[in-house]
Each structure stands twice: as C-alpha cells, then as structure tokens.
Design a protein around this ligand. Structure first.
Ligand SMILES: C[S@@+](CC[C@H](N)C(=O)[O-])C[C@H]1O[C@@H](n2cnc3c(N)ncnc32)[C@H](O)[C@@H]1O
Length: 445
C-alpha cells in the first residue's frame, strides 16, 4: 500500500496513511463508531486499496529488550519469571484435578513476546512435570514472529488469528490470558441531555477528529440492559468484544479452566488510555468537542497546548502508540456463565500469586538457579532478586489487576490454590476496592 493511494489533495507532513484512511472512511460513510476508530489505531484498517497497519501490526514494543531501554509498556511476565512459575503451579494443579488427561492442553491467547509461555514451560519443567501441548493464539504477526523466535526450542504451536473467533477441536485443558481483553476495541457511551448516546468520530473544521454523539446501536442497548450498566455523564467504555471472546472460549472447552488476568479500575470516572508507559490518552466527557488528548503524567505535553496542539498529537500518534481500557470482569463472568463457565476463583493478582507460593517460590528459585545459569535462561530477567522486587513493588499490578478463574464441566472438592486469597499481603495499597463479582439467581439459571 503506497501512501499516495490513500492520501487526499490537502496533504500535511504529520498525517500517516492510517489517518488518511480513517478520514477517507468518515468522508465516505459518515462518523465511525469509537470501537472502529480504536480498532483502526490498534489493529489497522482494511480498505478497498488494501490493509493499512495499526499499532499492533507494526510498532508494538512490550517489555524491556536486552540492551535496549525503549518499550511501550511492560507486563507482569516481563517483570519477573516468577509470575509464570506461579501460573505453572496453578496449571499443574488444574491438570491433576482433571485427572491428568493425556490430551491436556494449555492455550494462551494474546501471547505478547512469548515470555509468559517461556516461563510457564520452564516452571512446569522445573517442577518435574510432563510438558503438555502448548498453543498460542495471536492476532499480531509482529508479536507472533517474536514468540516463534523466543520459543523456537520448545514444543509450541502457533495459531494466527483472533481469540474472539478462533476454533479449536474440543479441548480439555486451561485457557489463559494476561492483559488480553484490555486491548479489545471498546464502544463509548454517556448520558447527554438525559439520553444515552454512543460516541462516534467525525471530521470537523480543518479535518479535526470530532466527537459525534448519536443514538446507540442495538447491540449497545442490549449490552447495557444485559449487564445492567449504569450510564451517567462520564464517558464509559463498553467492552462488547469481551463477551464475544469469553463465549467463544467456552465453546472450545470440553472440560477445563479459563484464567483471565487483567486490570480493572472501574471506580475511576475518566477512561485513561495508557500510552508509552508515561503518556496517557484520556477521554473525558466534560467538553463538547473531541477531548482525546495526549498527556504526560496527567498534564498536556509541553509545547502542544490548546486545541490545535491536541489535534496534532492525536493524529501524530494515531496507530503508533498503545491504547487500552479497563476491563469490567463482571461482564466476562456473566457472559461466561451463560456459556457454561462457573466462577471458581475471583481474586487480585497479588492474592493469586500469594496463594501459589509467590514468596516461597522466590526463595526456592534464588537457591536453585545460580545467577549465571539464570542469566543464560532468562536474560536480564535472570536477576531474580531485582526482577522480583520489581514485581513485588508493582502495587498496581498486584492489587489492581484481577484474576478470574472459570471452569466448565469440572467438580472441585477444594478451592484452587490461586483462588483462595483475595489480597496480596500489602500494607499501603491504594487499590483495595475489591468487591467479589456477584451473579444474581436469575442470571445464574
Ligand atoms: C497488552 S498485550 C499483552 C501481551 C502478553 N500477554 C503479556 O502479558 O506480555 C495484548 C496481547 O494480545 C494480543 N491481542 C490483542 N487482540 C487480540 C485478539 N483479538 N486475538 C488474539 N490476540 C490478541 C496482542 O497482539 C498482544 O499479544
């Protein structure tokens, strides 16, 4: 796809082919829904002239690479191998509960750089257990290439495609994801003059992206009703795809578990879309015009103040930076329930790791992997003390991130080790707002 094919006459240096493609679509079809806009930024756009890549198709950079300091965002597995070792412990326990079936599989969805798979495989090997078949479903070809490289010596199969509509033969095993649904494009809604409206993106004067609030589509209204979402004047993300995703996962399972780890900041009133670890892409509902602004540590970036500056930044970074939104786990629990998935664990990430022996495991690993050996196996992350401190200090990951464990066609006689403790044992957490998910009788039937 050449740049010229999608550009219009009034070219400006700051615009990327993706921005032109989005503008073209709006000019031809009218305002586009926010999920389409966010989807284009993250995953690119299919146009009549071909595919134009988005953030995850090209630019994505997760975690710290060896000898490189630049990355967009980090995740728990990128901080410390012990995160994956704890998951390995939970998976081993689940396999035993299922009666150690020969066809037991681990299916990871949205595998990033392959780091979590790498650590889980090492954790299972370290525990002296047989390695089950491991499958990674990944929609980004850039990341899948990184996974293949990282796991080239392991017995892993790679499925290119979306976790939302993949199909596997009926599976007995564990489906896992770390920070997957937060990357799904969301719809945005808010109350405008007492009416529920949905956010669309249009083109205003000087080709500015602008907020257009329209009557919500049927699927949005159904979602609000089904999930009893309370809508007020604040702009709220609705993750319709998280429902579709968990129902698809449920359909693939004969017997087994789903472990979903992600962040939930449901009590915050603005939607903060994190970019680059430092810059935030914030939507607020306080103004009439499009208020998608790039901010550094909560403040507008220097030198780009005012509407023009915001617009310039929005277009400059569109498709080049990460966008994410907080996950509503009750939606995943409810949709899972209708598809045969029962909640068997609902805890914070800190509680999950604690239950799986985070502290005893780390001692064990200090002793077992001598520093040099660990460096060979885990690279920079082989500095166990340093990386563990990083994970242990990441209060927001431990206490803000939630772990939901669901099961299909499994009877549990005892609670799962990872599902027993809600809180990580921390004194000063500012995230202790955890409320267990409740599914009403009516929803449960
Ligand atoms: C925020 S990253 C997390 C990566 C990794 N799990 C980790 O913890 O480092 C989101 C991951 O999900 C993938 N992803 C996003 N949407 C997806 C989809 N619909 N199907 C499969 N993978 C998807 C991304 O390409 C990326 O690998």
């Amino acid at each position: 796809m050449s740049h010229e094919q999608v550009t219009r006459s009034e070219d400006t240096a700051a615009k990327s082919p993706l921005v032109y493609a989005v503008e073209n679509e709006i000019l031809v079809n009218g305002p586009i829904s926010f999920d389409r806009f966010m989807g284009a930024a993250l995953y690119g756009l299919d146009t009549s002239l071909g595919f134009i890549p988005g953030y995850y198709s090209e630019e994505v950079s997760i975690g710290k690479k060896d000898k490189e300091d630049k990355f967009d965002f980090s995740t728990s597995p990128e901080l410390s191998p012990v995160f994956g070792f704890c998951l390995a412990e939970q998976i081993i326990e689940m396999k035993k509960i299922l009666g150690n079936p020969a066809d037991f599989k681990i299916v990871e969805m949205g595998g990033g750089r392959g780091t979590l798979a790498y650590d889980i495989i090492h954790g299972i090997r370290y525990a002296g257990e047989e390695l089950p078949e491991y499958v990674i479903i990944e929609s980004s070809s850039t990341l899948q290439a990184q996974q293949r490289e990282k796991l080239k010596d392991e017995n892993v199969s790679f499925l290119a495609g979306s976790a939302i509509d993949f199909e596997l033969p009926q599976t007995t095993g564990v489906f896992i994801s770390n920070e997957l649904p937060d990357a799904f494009p969301v719809k945005m809604v808010s109350l405008r003059d007492g009416q529920v409206k949905e956010l669309f993106i249009g083109l205003g004067d000087n080709e500015k992206f602008e907020e257009v609030w329209q009557d919500p589509s049927e699927d949005v209204l159904d979602f609000i009703k089904r999930n009893k979402v309370e809508i007020d004047e604040k702009t709220k993300p609705l993750n319709l795809l998280s429902e579709k995703w968990i129902q698809n996962v449920a359909r693939q399972i004969r017997r087994g578990f789903v472990i979903t780890i992600d962040y939930e900041t449901g009590t915050f009133t603005t939607t903060t879309l994190h970019i680059d670890g430092q810059i935030e892409f914030v939507t607020r509902s306080t103004k009439e015009d499009l208020d998608l602004v790039f901010m550094a540590k909560g403040r507008a970036l220097n030198g780009f103040s005012g509407e023009e500056g915001k617009e310039h930044l929005c277009k400059k970074y569109f498709g080049k930076v990460d966008l994410t939104s907080s996950v509503d786990f009750s939606v995943i629990a409810r949709a899972g329930k209708t598809a045969g998935l029962r909640i068997v664990g609902d805890v914070t990430q800190g509680g999950f790791l604690e239950g799986l022996g985070f502290h005893s495991l780390k001692e064990l690993h200090y002793e077992t992997y001598r520093e040099r050996e660990a460096r060979v196996i885990f690279g920079d992350r082989g500095n166990f003390k340093g990386t563990l401190r990083a994970l242990d200090n990441a209060e927001e990951l431990l206490d803000r991130d939630r772990v939901l464990i669901q099961a299909k066609n499994v009877e549990l006689t005892n609670p799962l080790s990872g599902g027993e403790h809600v809180y990580h044992d921390r004194l000063h957490s500012s995230y202790q707002t955890f409320r267990p998910i409740e599914i009403t009788e009516e929803e449960a039937n």
